[in-house]
Ligand binder design. Structure first.
Ligand code: NAD
Ligand code: ZN
Length: 353
């Protein structure tokens, strides 16, 4: 597998794309967009991409499935794409994960490049080579590891992004600071959310994720630290997925997950109470977190058992040794999770903005 040393931080993405296409020979080009990125992002780069077939799908996680892949593979097939063709993903994590997966499997793999357009996709999804789709009710159940030829990062895409989506993506930046960079957490903690420089933060976050992924590309060990906040966060996200009134964005759920897992870090590892207070206060300030009703907790805990990091019956999580340092493969049980959600509930009940 290629190593992920393929990231371009763009000042002017059109210019960088033109340079790339001038140097890169390919037989045909396909561009994948969803209905939002077609109207809001594609026009910014359209003229810099040589003649291409545009494939449009509907936006949303519900589209990240085999049916949509069939539609994409079909477009490639009817347009006689060969193994020297190139696939271009323009969109958020759904487009990147699914478009990459389709490219990596078409005729045993054609090259692809990513133009991620959400904050989440820039700081997380498009880095590290994980590609895939959902299957039945399981998220990212089918997939492969394969890196794009290039990832073009440009913060100008954020200007059209929904404010809640931007805030949701920011959770991964907070996560990267908590697991790897204490100084950066101290810094962002002092800045009001409205004053954050997402372009600079994206660079910082991508560097951190990239280093971790380079050391452990296929998640045998260290890469698991990137799952901090996600054992409980994913379970909460999944539980509320089909409850429209309470549905949470990924980052909102991971925000709660990071509070719960920081609490567990004080019980299972050495995270200090003072650090737990700081993390909790910061996340409650950024995210509008409502307490989790007691009656939902049991089912949420059952959902943590689906986590891909688990081994057999054991729930394994990544927890903080201290701010800026994260451990992994730490076993937690039913009671631990209940206690952590109760801690979160207590704090969110008493938090006044
Ligand atoms: N591969 C990985 O390592 C990895 C890591 C994290 C998340 N993911 C995956 O990423 C997906 C979530 O990504 P996401 O949050 O980007 O979701 P998304 O792709 O659904 O995008 C969110 C919404 O924003 C719209 N959008 C995208 N760019 C826009 C722009 N610039 N302006 C306006 N609207 C825009 C999209 O059309 C969509 O409606 C999930 O499927 C998750 O599993 C993958
Ligand atoms: Zn995440």
């Amino acid at each position: 597998m290629n190593l992920p040393n393929n990231i371009v931080f763009c000042q002017n993405i059109s210019l960088d794309l033109r340079t790339f296409f001038a140097e890169h020979q390919c037989s045909k080009i396909a561009v994948l967009v969803d209905n939002n990125t077609k109207s809001l992002c594609y026009p910014l780069v359209q003229s810099a991409i040589p003649e291409h077939v545009l494939i449009e799908i509907n936006s949303g996680e519900e589209q990240k499935n085999l049916n949509t892949c069939q539609q994409i593979w079909n477009e490639l097939t009817v347009n006689a794409f060969d193994r020297k063709s190139l696939f271009v993903n323009i969109g958020g994590g759904v487009i990147g994960d699914m478009g990459g997966f389709c490219a990596a499997t078409y005729k045993r793999g054609i090259d692809f490049i990513n133009i991620p357009t959400t904050l989440l996709a820039q700081v997380d999804a498009s880095i590290g080579g994980k590609l895939g789709i959902d299957f039945q009710n399981f998220k990212n159940h089918l997939g492969v590891f394969q890196n794009p030829l290039k990832v073009f990062l440009d913060s100008s895409f954020f200007s059209t992004l929904d404010a809640a989506e931007l805030r949701s993506g920011y959770a991964e930046i907070i996560k990267h600071c908590l697991i790897q960079d204490e100084e950066k957490f101290n810094e962002i903690e002092q800045i009001s959310y409205d004053k954050l420089d997402f372009s600079e933060l994206t660079k910082h976050s991508v560097d951190l994720k990239n280093k971790v992924v380079l050391e452990d590309p296929t998640e045998k060990g260290l890469r698991k630290i990137l799952n901090f906040g996600h054992t409980i966060g994913h379970a909460i996200e999944s539980f509320y997925l089909d409850k429209p009134a309470k549905k949470l964005l990924h980052g909102e759920a991971v925000g709660i997950g990071m509070i719960c897992e920081s609490f567990l870090s004080t019980k299972k590892l050495e995270l200090e109470e003072l650090s737990l207070d700081r993390i909790t206060d910061y996340l409650l300030k950024i995210y509008n977190c409502n307490p989790i009703p007691e009656t939902d907790i049991e089912e949420i805990i059952q959902l943590t058992r689906q986590d891909k990091k688990n081994e057999g019956d054991k729930i394994k999580s990544s927890l903080l040794n201290h701010i800026g340092n994260c451990g992994f493969n730490i076993e937690i049980d039913h009671q631990d999770i209940t206690a952590s959600i109760e801690y979160f509930n207590h704090k969110s009940n008493h938090y006044t903005k």
